[in-house]
Design a protein. Structure first.
Length: 138
């Protein structure tokens, strides 16, 4: 009885050699391209048309000439602040006399304003740069 490389007979027993294939998997990093990002600032002029509120101060000096026992306090009437100015006056007796008052009044005005303003905005510019062609591994 001839024995071959693939089978072996022994009484009722047949032995078959088994073959298995194995595979090894590895990862490799491959550059497929690049990305370049740049920012660009663009400007544009725009007309702004708004109603502005403005506050001015008017100062008025008003003579008073009133004798007082003590200096009056600073007071306010509406939009006007009144600051009494006193001086000592020589008489037979010394008394305080309000020489003048300084009145400061807040004046509210509204005026239309038109101005050209420059507005800036950034944009992103993205360029894809492909990688050099890659040949088979050596």
């Amino acid at each position: 009885m001839a024995r071959g490389p693939t089978t072996q007979e022994n009484a009722d027993e047949i032995v078959l050699p088994l073959h298995a294939e194995e595979i090894a998997v590895a990862k490799e990093r491959v550059v497929t391209g690049r990305v370049r990002i740049a920012t660009v600032t663009r400007e544009r002029e725009e007309l702004v048309d708004e109603l502005l509120t403005r506050e001015d101060v008017e100062i008025e000096r008003r003579p008073v000439g009133t004798l007082v026992e003590r200096a009056p306090a600073v007071r306010r009437r509406g939009d006007t602040i009144i600051i009494p100015m006193v001086e000592e006056v020589l008489t037979v007796t010394r008394r305080l006399m309000v020489k003048e008052e300084i009145r400061i009044r807040l004046v509210h005005r509204k005026e239309k304003s038109r101005q050209r303003v420059t507005l800036r905005r950034q944009e992103a510019i993205i360029d894809r740069i492909p990688a050099a062609t890659r040949g088979p591994p050596a």
